[in-house]
Structures are given as structure tokens and as C-alpha cells.
Design a protein around this ligand. Structure first.
Ligand SMILES: C[S@@+](CC[C@H](N)C(=O)[O-])C[C@H]1O[C@@H](n2cnc3c(N)ncnc32)[C@H](O)[C@@H]1O
Length: 211
């Protein structure tokens, strides 16, 4: 069963969280028939390629209660929705420049009863709020991404890592990250399976880029 995959790596989740993760399969199947947010071939591997992949960020950072996290270019809610299930006391703001995708995110969050998710149809550059962390997956190259983050970080720090960016990336990053001071975490060290062989979390402290 798909939920077993999540339980294998996050065995301490509550019954409510288990129900929420389990509900994602039907919710995304239903929404995907109306609005395409996950490629057809990936719906079969939703739990590995989308949900567990999103939770890779949690292996690098356990967000403290009260942390504010922005997910830029969330699409159908990745990585924001799985992280919001895992960290119910962290506030997640999910933005995407395509309105239909935000319709899906709002629908999924509402069905799950997630109180810690806010979703906006807007470009990240236009958002004026401040956050402790920014997460993302598959949106743009890191140097461009960083230009969207000016003025978006809170000064106060109360997490194990300094406020900053946690970006899910794949493949060879040498050229893209050249000159940037970042830490790279290989997800294969946390999760089994070929899919994770090339998958990484890139962490940049906000003090290490111009914001
Ligand atoms: C390839 S999809 C990835 C979606 C999701 N993060 C995932 O991994 O499944 C990239 C998304 O980024 C959004 N996007 C691109 N530029 C953006 C911007 N400046 N602000 C907000 N969203 C943006 C697009 O609309 C698209 O939904």
C-alpha cells in the first residue's frame, strides 16, 4: 500500500497524518482528471515521485513550530502539501503563477482539513510577505530563483539551520550552482530506490546570497 512507503521513512506520524497522506491518492486522481497537475505516467508513482520526494526536505530540516515557509511555483502542491501534512504547526504559503493549479492546491488542502496552508495565484516576485524558509521544486535555475527572494526573509531565527532556501534539485548541479555557497544533501542517503539516485536538497543560508 502506498502509505507504507511514507510510514517506512516517517514511522512516527499520527493517525490523522496517516489518513491525510492516504487521502492524497484519491484527491489527486480526481483533481488530475479535471486539471492536469501531475503527468499521467507519474500518477502511478505519486507516493514516491511526488510525496516522498517532497518530504526529502524534512530529512534535512525539521521545521520548528511557528516557522513560516513559502513554496514558490508549487504547481499542484509540491513540495508544500506533503510538508504541511508533516509539519502541522508550521505555516505554509503556496504560490503559483497559474490560477488553475492554485485551484487544485486549495481544493486538496480543504479536503484534508489543513489549517496551516494558504495558497495564492501570483508570481513569487509580487509577494510582499516575509518567511523563514523558501522551498521549491522544478521551477527555475537557482541564480534566477534567488533574484525573486529579495526582501522575503524574516530576521528572527529559531530553526536548526539559518533561514534560507531548501530547493529540490536533480542531476548535475555543478554549473548551475557555480559560485554559490550551498550545502547539498543526497536524498539517496535517506530513501531507497533508483529514483532518488540523482535527487538532492540544496540548502542556501539567506546570508550567503544577496537578498
Ligand atoms: C514544473 S512546475 C513544478 C510544480 C511543482 N513545484 C512540482 O514540483 O510538482 C513549475 C511551476 O512553477 C510555476 N512558476 C514559474 N515561475 C513562477 C513564478 N515566478 N512565480 C510563481 N510560480 C511560478 C509554474 O506556473 C509551474 O506551475
Amino acid at each position: 500500500m502506498a502509505l507504507d512507503l511514507i510510514l517506512k521513512y516517517f514511522p512516527d506520524i499520527t493517525e490523522t497524518q496517516q489518513k491525510q497522506f492516504a487521502a492524497l491518492e484519491t484527491l489527486y486522481k480526481e483533481w488530475n482528471e479535471k486539471i492536469n497537475v501531475i503527468s499521467r505516467k507519474d500518477t502511478e508513482s505519486l507516493y514516491e515521485k511526488h510525496i516522498l520526494h517532497s518530504l526529502g526536505i524534512a530529512k534535512v530540516m525539521a521545521f520548528a513550530d511557528g516557522t513560516k515557509v513559502l513554496d514558490i511555483g508549487t504547481g499542484g502542491g509540491f513540495p508544500g502539501i506533503p510538508l504541511a501534512i508533516l509539519f502541522p504547526n508550521t505555516r505554509f504559503t503556496l504560490v503559483d503563477s497559474i490560477g488553475k493549479k492554485i485551484t487544485v492546491v486549495k481544493g486538496v488542502a480543504e479536503s484534508l482539513g489543513l489549517q496551516n496552508v494558504t495558497a495564492h495565484h501570483m508570481r513569487a516576485e509580487q509577494l510582499k510577505e516575509k518567511f523563514h524558509f523558501v522551498v521549491s521544486r522544478a521551477v527555475t535555475q537557482m541564480p534566477v530563483f534567488l533574484t525573486w527572494l529579495r526582501g522575503k526573509f524574516e530576521k528572527e531565527q529559531f530553526n536548526p539551520k539559518h533561514n534560507g532556501v531548501l530547493y529540490l534539485k536533480g542531476g548535475d548541479l555543478a554549473e548551475e550552482l557555480a559560485g554559490l555557497k550551498c550545502e547539498i544533501f543526497n536524498l539517496r542517503n535517506y530513501f531507497d530506490g533508483e529514483f532518488f539516485d540523482t535527487k538532492k536538497v540544496v540548502y542556501l543560508s539567506k546570508g550567503n546570497f544577496n537578498n
